[in-house]
Design a protein around this ligand. Structure first.
Ligand SMILES: Cc1cc2nc3c(=O)[nH]c(=O)nc-3n(C[C@H](O)[C@H](O)[C@H](O)COP(=O)(O)O)c2cc1C
Length: 363
């Protein structure tokens, strides 16, 4: 069995986010915006694996956000994407992202166990309980308006998955949402389970995350506020006898000079931002989700254009490294990274920023 990088709790975790989606995390019209082809994802997987990056996290999305680019209109399905990457890499952890309402838990338990065997113990699962109403309508599903029902369903869904992973015994299940007769799981995941991510923002969602997840994702907008939030979440988990680490997501524009980095930010995320798509994205977040604090959401329209609301790591290698260190100091256990063009830009980050993080002792 290979070690799962997500279980390495001695270092600040680094991953990538959304490389399976068209335009990645940048809501921009520039020609070099991310092409989420399989060839590019495979090339990125190899680059990250060889550089010792810890994980790749995909977004599960079924319809785009509109605008001229139809942001996230093109998406590689995450379970099959993860299977392909796990088969082609050696050490990196790869997550699948799953909407509970759109995927039967018996099927998902087996899919995850299977890809975990393909990767020799390197798979992970990001659980999405639902928030994007038009997407649910596109699938013919009903998104419950209240978070109690969304997370009540997600809890029973995950209880079924966990029971299937607990042993190979046959069992019946008589729940509020699932009635199963004579079901069982075989194979089980390599370690009996896999690292679980959840990105809830609502109180009900955070109960779910602290009950079930190993990692909770939350935006880093105001780091003083993040420190407080991380402490509360860890305390909440501790009171349940659990350990939850908090991760965030960042967008990188790293260049030899600050002027170059800022000019590229202006070019991609202001002059050539796909503002119609940005506004659709912000509107849907306001209407249906609590993952971004609503009082801050209106202030961060620019950050949505840059990196889907991610933390800005913009500047020289020293400035980018310092930004990552500031996340570490705030109490985050790791961050994802995104780039306008992941494959083209990651090598400069690898060669200039990673050694600084090593020297600072956080990797
Ligand atoms: C790191 C991260 C990953 C996410 N991945 C997805 C995803 O792949 N698909 C999706 O529909 N939503 C995704 N979301 C959105 C959250 O799942 C959603 O905003 C959350 O369910 C809203 O929180 P709430 O349910 O507590 O209101 C992600 C959010 C973050 C921060």
């Amino acid at each position: 069995m290979t070690r799962n990088m997500m279980l390495a709790d001695y270092r600040f975790l680094l991953g990538t986010f959304s490389s399976n989606c068209s335009s990645g995390m940048s809501v921009t019209k520039v020609e070099e915006r991310w092409d989420n082809s399989w060839a590019n994802n495979l090339a990125l997987g190899h680059l990250l694996d060889e550089a010792g990056i810890d994980f790749m996290l995909p977004i599960a999305r079924w319809i785009g956000y509109g605008g001229e680019t139809d942001f996230h209109g093109g998406v590689l399905e995450t379970m099959t994407w993860a299977a392909g990457l796990l088969a082609s890499t050696k050490t990196i952890s790869v997550f699948a992202t799953i909407h509970t309402a759109a995927n039967h838990p018996v099927v998902v338990a087996k899919q995850i166990a299977t890809i975990d065997h393909i990767g020799n113990g390197r798979a992970g699962l990001n659980i999405v309980a639902g928030w994007n109403k038009p997407e649910y309508e596109a699938l013919g599903l009903t998104l419950p308006d209240d978070h109690e029902t969304r997370y009540g369903y997600a809890q029973e869904w995950f209880d079924v998955v966990r029971k299937l992973w607990a042993s190979k015994d046959y069992f019946d299940w008589d729940g509020a949402y699932f009635k199963l007769k004579g079901v069982h799981g075989d194979p089980l995941p390599v370690r009996g389970s896999v690292p679980i991510i959840n990105a809830a923002g609502s109180p009900q969602g955070r109960e779910f995350a602290t009950d079930n997840a190993n990692f909770l994702f939350t935006p880093a907008i105001d780091l003083a506020r993040s420190t407080e939030e991380i402490r509360e979440l860890k305390d909440q988990a501790k009171a349940k006898g659990r350990k939850v680490d908090v991760l965030t997501f960042s967008h990188v524009i790293c260049r030899p000079t600050e002027e170059e980095a800022l000019a590229y930010l202006e070019h991609t995320a202001k002059t050539h931002a796909d503002w119609e798509a940005v506004d659709n994205l912000v509107r849907l977040q306001f209407a249906h989700a609590h993952s971004f604090p609503h009082d801050l959401l209106a202030l961060i329209r620019d950050r949505f254009a840059m990196g889907h609301g991610g933390f800005p790591l913009i500047g020289t290698p020293d400035q980018v490294a310092e930004g990552i260190l500031s996340l570490h100091r705030a109490g985050f256990a790791g961050t994802t990274l995104s780039f306008v063009d992941y494959v083209k830009e990651f090598p400069y980050f690898r060669d200039t920023v990673l050694p600084k993080l090593d020297a600072a002792g956080i990797r």
